[in-house]
Design a binder for this molecule. Sequence first.
Ligand SMILES: *Cc1c(COP(=O)(O)O)cnc(C)c1O
Length: 485
Amino acid sequence: MKDQAETGNYAETLQLIGSNLDNYLKFDHDDAQTNAHIWQQQLDTPLPQQGDGFDATVNQLITQVIANASAIPNPGSSGYITTGAVTIATLAATAANVASPQRYTLTAFNLLEEVSLNWLAEMLGIKGMKGVYSSGGSVANLVALGGAKQWAFEQVGHNAAADGINRVGVIYASAECHHTIQRSAGILGLGRNRVKSIKCDDKGCMNVEALEQAIKQDLANGILPIAIVANLGSTNTGAIDPIKPMGQISKKYKIWFHVDGAYGLPGILDQRISHLYEGLELADSIIIDPHKWLGASVGVAATFVKDRDVLFRAFTQEPADYLEGSVEQEDGAAPIIEHSLDDFGIPYYDFGVELSSPCRGVIVWAMIKEIGVDGMRARIMRHNDMAKSIAETAKNHPNLELMLEPTLSICCFRYISDKVNDLDLLNRRLLRRLVKENNYLPSTTQVNGKLAIRPCFIGARSEQSHADGLIKAVLRIGDDLADQL
Ligand SMILES: *Cc1c(COP(=O)(O)O)cnc(C)c1O
């Protein structure tokens, strides 16, 4: 009997869903929370014993799910470090979901994993490093630090992946590092508390003398350094650590140097700031999230390493019968390759933590193919300019204060007024009003103990008008609140 689920087709349905998605992206609609009581009731139903069929499911997907979706793809949305994907990215992801369910086996999709990793490396100034995709910066950091752990223990004659760790190891990161560094240390059996927090200057960049001090002290106490971690665009403010001096220290003490460029690595394309990336060649591992500034659909990160064999030794599953036996091979002879299923291709499943995995390379390939390096550079520079324009306005306006000169596309500023004592309260309320108006959606952070409004511009659809609009809205709401408070 035919499976009930195989009654749909792509040609008509994608057109139908596509026109609804195009419409959604106009953002003429209310935020999902406005009508939450309605769609929650419509969707939170008992488990169906009999299905409703393809058409009814598509219909509900359009009318009740897509219609009540996320504000993140709104071009006025600049909160955290997240944005909607570019169209070509989601189309490529859909194609891969249909036609190539796994990244393995010798297909065009599989080839694009490696091609796109090499394109990324070349575009981002780390040509020659080898990569592996994963789901996000969290996993990409875990994979990189897994490699660091393996390598560090190998230097003292121990195979940590096989036998577990046999002594205390420490990771050095700044107080501004992303907390996935601590979580990685926990998962890797090093311990979250073994991430030593190195102090920063008031711009959020690591103090290199403090780093060297900490290393010297630990070495004297017989503690094994695992890795030095640099921020290449901190999540809070976009600060870039002193890469070259940190890399030089890593070489001096023979310690693995990891660079977290999840957000900021593409900033190297902006030649006005590319000097901040000097020393990148000293890195043993670097991560980037194409699903941030490059516009991939969420679920695409890459870990790059100088030596992918280290990742293999850290993450190999060891031989498995169900894998080894499936490829036909005469005893001692070269394998017969006549069919795409005859070979798994490059063993990405042994370079990280995922066996089953979607094809992510095709997404990155499509994005770069569509607009090239020049197109990416233009976007990065536009966003950096937007952050700068907010900084300039804030410096010159009596009711605005720039809290930190932007390095990349994040600008931390706030509304100020002589009439108000509690400026943290004023800016917190200001953000609530912005969120309610639903046009400009930054988030907040703390800069040197003060609450800052923090737009981070990475969206492909975000333009200068969105930075201008945000400033206008902040001034209008701020003036209003200053009279009330
Ligand atoms: C976003 C981010 C991460 C985490 O990445 P996810 O893709 O959200 O898992 C790690 N490090 C930095 C610097 C980031 O900005």
